[in-house]
Write a protein that binds this ligand. Structure first.
Ligand SMILES: [Zn+2]
Length: 202
């Protein structure tokens, strides 16, 4: 039995589960069976961790659902092995995490090195339009983006989502089969880089 299984059984029994601070809140149309209540109380801490919403509005359970969904698509529709599907699903989760946890910074300073704009080293806006931008020197971007990815990996791991390393997979290979919207952050950055260059150039 796992916390996720207990949650599944409780929901099947018509119980709505919520988290208030460190408490598990139950709502049910009829008094739940003693066995269900007993399991909920035994796994309370794990269930609270599973269902608690993070700063981006998603719980560990939401991430697990996304991971399973993506892995299923890659495995069954894409005809890949389960380990390959897991690797790609994890890569999708990283991109989604980055999109859901954007970084913004005021214009005029590089978010990575803290230095201002120079004629030979302009500051460029990165990130999706609705969530604002992070301003970075173009040469500071790749190290910053790598650190962001590492942050996403550890945030996902902390929520129980990780992929056993079966073999080293090159980054290009990981992202090769992602749906077109999945590389939004990278692509937008590049587009903005291009338009920024045009503005600077004109
Ligand atoms: Zn910089």
């Amino acid at each position: 039995m796992s916390a996720a299984n207990v949650v599944k059984e409780a929901r099947a029994a018509g119980i709505q589960l919520g988290v208030d601070d460190n408490d598990l809140v139950l709502e049910a149309p009829v008094p739940p069976a003693a066995a269900v209540l007993d399991a909920l109380s035994r796994y309370k801490a794990e269930i609270v961790t599973l269902l608690r919403h993070g700063p981006d509005g998603w719980s560990a359970e939401d991430w697990q659902v996304l991971f399973d969904e993506r892995a299923g698509i890659v495995e069954f529709d894409g005809g890949q092995s389960r380990p390959q599907a897991d690797v790609q699903a994890f890569a999708c989760c990283i991109v989604d995490w980055l999109n859901r946890n954007p970084e913004r910074s005021p214009a005029g300073r590089c978010l990575a090195c803290g230095d201002r704009e120079h004629a030979h080293n302009p500051l460029l806006p990165y990130g999706a339009e609705p969530s604002g931008h992070a301003w970075l020197h173009s040469r500071c971007w790749s190290a910053w983006y790598e650190a962001r990815q590492a942050k996403a990996v550890s945030a996902l791991k902390a929520m129980g989502i990780s992929v056993p390393v079966v073999r080293r997979i090159k980054r290009e290979e990981q992202f090769k089969h992602l749906p077109s919207d999945a590389t939004r952050e990278t692509r937008t950055s590049k587009n903005q880089f291009a338009s920024q260059r045009q503005i600077n150039g004109g």
